[in-house]
Design a protein around this ligand. Structure first.
Ligand SMILES: Cc1cc2nc3c(=O)[nH]c(=O)nc-3n(C[C@H](O)[C@H](O)[C@H](O)COP(=O)(O)OP(=O)(O)OC[C@H]3O[C@@H](n4cnc5c(N)ncnc54)[C@H](O)[C@@H]3O)c2cc1C
Length: 414
């Protein structure tokens, strides 16, 4: 095997594979190095094995979802748009669709379709792919990068680091990429697990295990974070809460948890009804059936197990009739129906984190090329960079777009 290349790419995930293809399309001789036995292990697991590739949001809104630094993505997203991504997959034999008008999946709803097509494309473009490599050292001398593995030494004028984040170590995340970057003088912002189930102080959640609440609203009950709010499906677990709204909210909570130790939440489990609306609703129900117990009554708003726990919290027995309740208990019940208190005290760390918050500092990268401002010829793309988006195809689109741009090695659009 010839050990000299135009570009070496470390990490065969969404970003590294796209960077390889993009560089090969510019007639570069490409080496793609992956430490797992196969390429794209994490990509295969995405979207519950269905691979939510991207979404249909316009670019400005898309970038806003990544927070205050989202505009960094502008060049990458313009150079390789969501439509470009779908067209690219179409040309390599993968049709996609957006069944809910927003989230885009391969029409097979099977990530293996994506993997097989990418694998074929890597072969068609004669990209050298080496799996199960153990990189022991990376250096640069005389304008050439040297990657030393346990068995060989490879060289190239350009190096792209696409090693992803720290979440789901079983799918290949180890964080070595951050060390490679630091060795080249880059800074890495603080790293937090994001998008994972949360553990609550309240133990009652265990009795509601597996109950799903549609359109639950979560908000942080701390003055300085009062703007943090999200709505979506919530599922109770043995130890806390999970579900799409929790995954997205967890991104915001982990940095607060690190500093505050616990985060008080208020959760609306009644599809956004406020205290007044709840009171009116209960009164209407009672006028039709005045002998209803509290439990029967509030079970029309919540799954019975959750209704039982709310009764417990308000010192109400399951047999108590609403009309006989003391005023103070009624008020507490209505208040808790509108905003149930929950306290987040932890999470499962990177083990089950779908995304890493933090990464290579954006100010050290050129957004027009993804090249390092510290070391010429060195590029970064994908999740290793300090950007993270919510659930819904955002993170894969960013990985593909930034990978495509990095693979151009600074060449502008013709
Ligand atoms: C369970 C799960 C489901 C998800 N679902 C979705 C979804 O549906 N839609 C969405 O947009 N996002 C989803 N995400 C997030 C998305 O998968 C990531 O943001 C994206 O895969 C990041 O791509 P990447 O190429 O930057 O990193 P990765 O896909 O993590 O690829 C990095 C690669 O680098 C390799 N590597 C690391 N270190 C080294 C080293 N030292 N030497 C050689 N190779 C190395 C790793 O083994 C890995 O293969 C999901 C994440 C998880 C965990």
């Amino acid at each position: 095997m010839n050990l000299k290349f135009d570009v070496m790419i470390i990490g065969a995930g969404a970003a590294g594979i796209m960077a390889s293809i993009s560089a090969a399309l510019e007639n570069k001789k490409v080496l793609l190095l992956e430490k797992m036995p196969k390429i794209a292990t994490k990509l295969k697991a995405t979207g519950g094995g269905r691979c939510n590739l991207t979404n249909t949001l316009p670019q400005d809104e898309f970038m806003r979802k990544f927070g205050k630094h989202g505009r960094f993505m502008s060049d990458a997203l313009k150079r390789f748009t969501a439509d470009d991504l779908r067209e690219f997959f179409q040309t390599i034999g993968v049709q996609s669709h957006a069944p809910d008008g927003f989230r885009v999946f391969p029409i097979t709803h099977n990530s293996s379709t994506i993997l097989d097509a990418l694998d074929k494309e890597l072969r068609r473009l004669n990209i050298e792919v080496l799996c199960e490599v153990n990189i022991t050292e990376i250096s640069k001398a005389n304008d050439v990068f040297i990657v030393q593995t346990a068995h060989e030494s490879f060289t190239a004028e350009h190096l792209i680091i696409a090693t992803g984040g720290l979440g789901y170590p079983t799918l290949g995340a180890t964080g070595e990429g951050y060390t490679f970057a630091q060795n080249f003088g880059h800074s890495v912002t603080s790293l937090h697990p994001a998008m994972m189930p949360l553990i609550t102080k309240e133990k009652w959640v265990a009795s509601c295990k597996a109950n799903t609440i549609a359109a639950a609203t979560l908000k942080v009950n701390l003055l300085q974070y009062k703007k943090l709010k999200a709505t979506g499906d919530l599922i109770f677990t043995k130890e806390g809460i999970r579900g799409p709204v929790v995954l997205d909210f967890a991104r915001e909570l982990t940095p607060i948890l690190d500093t505050q130790g616990e985060v008080p939440l208020l959760v609306n489990l009644t599809k956004g009804l406020n205290e007044e609306q709840i009171f009116t609703y209960l009164k209407t129900c009672l006028s039709q059936n005045p002998t209803q117990t509290v439990l029967e009554l509030i079970s029309t708003l919540l799954p019975t197990s959750v209704a039982q726990e709310l009764c417990n919290m308000c010192d109400i027995t399951f047999e108590d009739r609403f009309k006989n309740l003391e005023g103070i208990k009624r008020e507490k019940l209505v208040k808790y129906l509108a905003w149930t208190p929950l306290t987040v005290v932890g999470h499962e760390g990177f083990k089950n984190a779908m995304i890493t918050r933090g990464g290579i500092a954006l100010k050290e990268l050129n957004p027009k090329t993804m090249e390092s401002k510290r070391v010429s010829g060195l590029y970064f793309c994908g999740e290793i960079v300090d950007l993270d988006g919510p659930c819904g195809g955002y993170n894969l689109q960013w990985s593909f777009s930034s990978g495509f741009l990095a693979g151009k090695l600074g060449k502008s659009d013709d």
